[in-house]
Design a protein around this ligand. Structure first.
Ligand code: ZN
Length: 564
């Protein structure tokens, strides 16, 4: 069946409410395991139906935002989702107290119950008003960022429209573009500080109402981390600082020589090559064609998967009028299929969509028969192992897209993967300090940020930009506002994905099998258990980062980037 044949019907909330409540009641009263298990299956189906309809509406809305029908349907979900989540919460409560919990756990695995426990720990009726306020503040931040109108080179632009100028060959132009970009944050600094201040206070108060000491552990629980805690993350960052900070300083030193500047200022870092970045050598149809060749050569499983995605119309990749911005991967439970959405723009990022988002989609497709709605996607750090892993496992086919520029692409790809990790660690360490010190003033926060920044990126030079020099860079990092403690997930995942990169060079078949195992397990297990399953070392373990960094460092040393 093709995506455009998927039937959409608005969920009937009254019917759902009655049916769901009845099933929860039957679940609680079930006299046998079989009866309780049947109720679980029926509840799961209600979830699958609701989620499928929401996904269909969301995709059709983002593909064409001018379609009034789906615009209204999105409003419907915005309004009714909290009601549905309330029902889910009742179900999770019943699950944790299930009469036949042992047998249910044996059949479905314990992860569903772990997730249910976490959901209950992070919610109470009495925090509903606080949650609404938290959401309001997040929307306020997003609106403020989206409202940016900056005069630059005779034209009014938003923040993302300034970014192409960051890579300008003209040094003065890239400096001016950065100045213009940061002028928006400087002008709105008090507003942003105020929003963040309120967010920290509300989150701290929610944590206290739920019985936590401060927000940090609640943040972890919201991220559904059940198998590691703050101490492990601290140890991870310590290793990042020890092994990745010097490596990335060295990479920037090479960049300085490559682009021929006496000093690499903050506005020089996005400018990688005097000859420009590697770009795919063809249009969208050509790229998709090559992706299809790539996936048929990578493995029988990816061949079948990519053919299915194409035949069923489950990718919308090209930019069109009326289409929403950005890119994502989503799934339709009832059809057991994923969907990839993106806006191709002719840069290497298009190829990243075909590998990164396809990695997410491939995982979802590989775990489509797990039978539990909560298992189709794992927790966020595990999700990014599939996507970042796929980006690296497809390296041998990059010449299909970049031809003679393939090595340049790989060098850039590896460099940005590595450089991201210290940055992600800065953001993470900063949040830990912020929530440990909820009474800090905005000035104290900025000061703390700059101190952490210096630790992980000692060479960063803001030249005459006093705004960044006083520690304001974090104000553009939306994750701090809308999803606290999320950011480190990308760093954890990247270290795991890089392990796949290393192993694939030594043993293609075995590494692919491990990757498949990881994808097939979906979200049925917590992060570190998934890693065991895929024969990956936990990034929290001493020695893990070093074992990844050493071979990469050797690989980088062998590349003559002065040619790029
Ligand atoms: Zn991703």
């Amino acid at each position: 069946m093709k995506f455009n044949e998927y039937e959409y019907n608005r969920p009937d909330m009254n019917e759902i409410k009655a049916k769901y409540n009845e099933l929860i009641n039957n679940f609680e009263l079930a006299a046998t395991f079989e009866k309780q298990d049947d109720c679980l299956a029926s509840i799961n189906q209600i979830n699958a139906d609701f989620n499928t309809m929401e996904s269909i509406a969301y995709v059709r809305h983002t593909v064409n935002t001018t379609d009034e029908f789906y615009d209204r349907e999105i409003d419907f979900f915005d309004e009714n989702k909290p009601l549905f989540e309330g029902l889910n919460n009742k179900y999770y409560k019943a699950l944790t107290k299930a009469t036949f919990r042992d047998q249910l756990e044996q059949k479905w695995g314990s992860q569903l119950f772990v997730l249910a426990d976490l959901k209950l720990k992070t919610f109470k009726e009495e925090i509903v008003a606080d949650l609404q306020n938290e959401n309001k503040l997040v929307s306020e931040y997003k609106k403020l960022i989206a409202s940016a109108k900056i005069e630059f080179e005779g034209k009014e632009r938003n923040l993302s429209q300034l970014k192409p100028f960051f890579e300008s060959k003209d040094r003065n132009q890239r400096k001016e573009a950065q100045k213009a970009y940061w002028s928006f944050f400087r002008e709105n600094n008090d507003k942003i500080d105020d929003i963040y201040d309120k967010l920290v206070r509300i989150r701290t108060s929610i944590a206290e109402k739920l019985g936590y000491d401060n927000f940090t552990q609640l943040g972890y629980d919201r991220m559904e981390r059940s198998d590691y805690g703050i101490a492990q993350v601290v140890n991870f960052r310590k290793q990042v600082n020890k092994y990745l900070t010097p490596l990335t300083v060295n990479l920037r030193d090479r960049q300085k020589k490559r682009i021929d500047v006496d000093k690499l200022y903050y506005y020089d870092t996005p400018f990688q090559f005097t000859t420009g970045n590697a770009k795919p050598h063809g249009d969208a149809a050509w790229m998709i064609n090559n992706a299809s060749r790539m996936y048929s050569q990578l493995s029988p499983e990816t061949e079948e998967f990519f053919a299915m995605m194409q035949e069923s119309g489950l990718m919308d990749l090209e930019t069109k009028k009326g289409k929403a911005a950005g890119g994502y991967c989503i799934n339709f439970s009832n059809y057991k299929t994923p969907f990839i959405f993106s806006n191709f723009n002719g840069t290497a990022g298009d190829v990243d969509v075909l590998t990164h988002e396809a990695g997410h989609a491939f995982q979802n497709y590989s775990s489509r028969n797990l039978g539990i709605e909560e298992y189709y996607w794992p927790t966020a750090e595990a999700c990014e192992v599939h996507s970042m892993g796929m980006e690296l496992l497809t390296w041998p086919w990059m010449d299909l897209f970049f031809e003679e520029e393939a090595d340049k692409y790989k060098f850039t790809h590896m460099g940005s993967a590595l450089s991201f990790i210290p940055y992600g660690s800065i953001i993470d360490e900063f949040q830990h300090e912020v929530y440990a010190n909820p009474d800090w003033t905005p000035a104290e926060r900025d000061k703390a940020f700059r101190k952490i920044e210096r630790k992980y990126k000692p060479d960063i030079d803001y030249e005459d930009n006093d705004y960044l020099e006083k520690g304001s860079f974090w104000k553009k990092q939306g994750h701090l506002f809308f999803m606290p403690f999320y950011y480190i997930d990308y760093c954890l995942a990247q270290i795991c994905a890089l392990q796949f990169w290393k192993k694939y060079q030594e043993d293609k078949t075995g590494t692919w099998e491990d990757y498949m195992k990881l994808c097939q397990a979906g979200g049925s297990k917590p992060f570190t258990v998934l890693l065991d399953l895929a024969n990956l070392e936990s990034p929290f373990k001493d020695g893990c980062i070093k074992s990844v960094v050493d071979p990469i460092s050797n690989w980088l040393d062998e590349i003559d980037d002065s040619n790029f």
